[in-house]
Each structure stands twice: as structure tokens, then as C-alpha cells.
Design a protein around this ligand. Structure first.
Ligand SMILES: *Cc1c(COP(=O)(O)O)cnc(C)c1O
Length: 376
């Protein structure tokens, strides 16, 4: 099976992890700060905080923004469930803004229309689906005008840029979240990070990723009682990234540009090979450079085409089943028809294999089997 996504691990990555295993620290050592420095450099953010997954990153970012019962979080239906679940973890309610049919990203018009009739949420989570950046300039302005805090779900987007600067610099948001799952652009096996320009927010994320416990006298409520002293000043979690993961991540970050370039070469080749087939190719925003996590196409008769590709050894996938149609969300009252653009997109979507290790021969095979299924 040709996988839809796959990590690229070289000898330097292996050596970096082994070096940690032979060192004094398997957790809470120097590798996490090193990885965070690489993330700051890649994104231009003043602060980067590594955690054990993007799901945890979303949760701590929401906690750091004080999201809680009685508050609301809005995201898009066309995302992984984690973008919405972080609101529920905090006891907030979750609602959705439909996507734009051309970009598959949060529709800023739909956001404004919803805000005209509904109380604004405390937190908005636009998702940079497939590595394309949402219209952050406009979404950021709308959010600011309504007093909404913004967390960019940039899980697909490390290495992307938007209007001339890296995604993750939080020009138009409070924070951005990245994932380092093996199918994403760079990997730490499991892993995630929050970037922000806001020093107080960074401190709160740092606190909440490690039990809400601090050894920083500036954050303590009482006087230090001695060198052993720490205080728990909030209810945090253990969301820390290990040293092995961070060492792998720092090693991977050295090839971030190479990985994104390779994805663009494969994308350009798909664009050319699919020309003339009855397949809608994914939009590429001229105002930015995608990290190209995914190459989602739209086809008629998706179930049949999907089955044909899988039977032909092509590891296609579907991104995403709209979150509001998951049973857990249907139980809250959501139903088909609530977000028709995301639903119509889902009905026709297939993600073709896209990762830097995909060979031209494999790519030709993907297109050949797709052609058999769709005709043309
Ligand atoms: C992968 C992903 C996540 C969750 O990432 P993990 O690191 O696996 O927790 C969240 N949001 C989106 C859009 C994702 O693709």
C-alpha cells in the first residue's frame, strides 16, 4: 500500500535520539528548549512551548485563555475532532463556522454572518486545513472587533508562510498550535507545540503543561520556604514532551525547508498529471505558501473511487468527516444540514498520497489507478 503520509527519518535523527538515551536527561533536560528555539526561529514567534501532542497544545492554549463553563469555542467542521474537543475539555460549548467552498477553510463571510445573530464565542479556532492558511488578516480583524481570542490550529502548517511571513508568528492571533504526528510535516512521533507573542499567555501555557506547578517566585502566592519549595497555583496536567521526542524534532526541523519543497514538487506534478481528469484539484492560495500536509481532491461517486484506489494499493484517506456529524456531537443536537458546505465537500473528498518519500513511479501509479476509477 502506498501510504497517504509517512515520516522521513535519517541517520542524524536516529543519532539525535540515541544521544539523548545515553545522556542524563530523558525528560526536562536541554533538548526541549533546543527544539523550542528551532520552533521560534521557524515561526518568528517570541515564545514556543512544546507539549506531547497538538491535542494537548489546543487544550493548554484554551486553558491559558481561561476558557471555561459558560463560554463558547467555535471552529470549523472540516477538521480533526481535536480542534473542537479542546473546548469541551474546558467545559465550554462548541459550535462551528462553515467553510469556503473554494478553499475548504473557515469562511470569513460565514463567520461575520454568524456573529450578526449569535453572541460571540470566547475562543475561535480557525484551521489551516491541508497546510493552506486561512484568511487570517480578515478573521483576526473580525475577532478583534468582537473581543474574541484566536487560536490558529496550524497542525498542518509548520513551514508554511502567509503574506510574506511564517505561519505561527501569531500576527493575527493569540496563539498557534502545531502537530508533530508522523503524518505531519516534521515529526516527534507524538508531539505538539504552542507559539505565541504574548508573554503572559506563554507563562500560563508553561504552567498548565506541567501540573500547574511552579518554582518561579514571581508566580508564587506565598513566600518560598527553601530550595525545595514549589507551588501548585492552577490545575494543570502532565503534557510535557520527552527529551527523545524533542531531539528528534530538533533534528527534523533542520530539514523543514527541504520537506516542504519536496511536497511542493509532488503537488505541482499532481496538478499536471490530473489535468483533464474529472477531479477538482486543491486550491493553492497565491498570497501564501502552503506546507502541503494534504492533497485533497474532489470526485463524483467518492465511495466507489475510494474503494477502487484502496483495492489498487493506494492508501488514500478522507479529510475530514465533518466534526458536527460525529455521534458525540450529534448527541449535542448537531445534524446533517447544519454546515452544508463542509458536508458537500466531505461527500466528494479524497486525500491522495503526499509525503516527501513518495517516488515519481508511485505517484504515476496513484494517478493511473485514479484514472481507472474516474475515467478520462
Ligand atoms: C493532527 C491534528 C490534530 C491533533 O494532533 P495530535 O498531535 O495528533 O494531537 C489537531 N488538529 C488537526 C487539524 C490535526 O490535523
Amino acid at each position: 500500500m502506498i501510504p497517504y503520509g509517512r515520516q522521513i527519518i535519517d541517520q542524524a535523527d536516529v543519532d539525535a535520539v540515541v544521544e539523548v538515551l545515553r545522556s542524563d536527561f530523558l525528560t526536562q533536560g536541554p533538548a526541549v528548549p533546543r527544539f523550542e528555539a528551532a520552533l521560534r526561529e521557524a515561526t518568528g514567534a517570541a515564545h514556543a512551548l512544546a507539549v506531547n501532542s497538538a491535542t494537548s497544545a489546543l487544550h493548554v492554549a484554551c486553558m491559558a485563555l481561561d476558557l471555561g463553563p459558560g463560554d463558547a469555542l467555535w471552529t470549523v467542521p472540516n477538521t480533526f475532532v481535536a480542534s473542537a474537543n479542546c473546548g469541551l475539555y474546558c467545559g465550554a460549548s462548541v459550535d462551528f463556522v462553515d467553510i469556503d467552498p473554494a478553499t475548504y477553510l473557515m469562511d470569513a463571510d460565514a463567520l461575520e454572518a454568524k456573529l450578526a445573530t449569535t453572541a460571540p464565542p470566547k475562543v475561535l479556532v480557525p484551521v489551516h486545513f491541508a497546510g493552506q492558511t486561512c484568511d487570517m488578516e480578515r478573521i483576526g480583524a473580525v475577532a478583534r472587533a468582537h473581543g474574541i481570542r484566536v487560536i490558529e490550529d496550524a497542525s498542518h502548517s509548520i513551514g508554511a508562510s502567509y503574506r510574506g511571513a511564517p505561519v505561527g508568528d501569531c500576527r493575527f492571533s493569540d496563539a498557534a498550535v502545531f502537530s508533530f504526528h508522523p503524518v505531519k510535516i516534521v515529526t516527534t512521533a507524538e508531539g505538539g507545540a504552542v507559539t505565541t507573542q504574548d508573554e503572559m499567555l506563554a507563562r500560563r501555557v508553561d504552567l498548565h503543561r506541567s501540573h500547574g506547578v511552579t518554582r518561579d517566585p514571581a508566580l508564587m502566592q506565598g513566600e518560598s520556604e527553601g530550595g525545595w519549595y514549589y507551588e501548585q497555583v492552577a490545575l494543570g496536567y502532565n503534557y510535557r514532551m520527552t527529551e527523545m521526542q524533542a531531539a528528534l524534532g530538533a533534528s527534523q526541523m533542520r530539514r523543514l525547508g527541504e520537506f516542504v519543497d519536496a511536497r511542493h514538487r509532488i503537488r505541482a506534478r499532481y496538478d499536471a498529471l490530473l489535468e483533464g481528469l474529472p477531479v477538482v484539484r486543491p486550491h493553492q492560495d497565491p498570497a501564501g505558501r502552503s506546507a502541503l500536509h494534504l492533497y485533497p481532491v474532489q470526485v463524483e461517486d467518492r465511495a466507489r473511487v475510494f474503494a477502487h484506489l484502496r483495492e489498487g494499493g493506494i492508501g488514500v484517506n478522507v479529510h475530514y468527516i465533518p466534526v458536527h456529524l460525529q455521534p458525540h456531537y450529534r448527541a449535542m443536537g448537531f445534524a446533517r444540514g447544519n454546515f452544508p458546505v463542509a458536508e458537500a465537500y466531505y461527500d466528494r473528498a479524497i486525500s491522495l498520497p503526499l509525503h516527501p518519500g513518495l517516488t515519481e513511479a508511485e505517484q504515476d501509479r496513484v494517478v493511473e489507478v485514479l484514472r481507472e476509477a474516474v475515467g478520462g
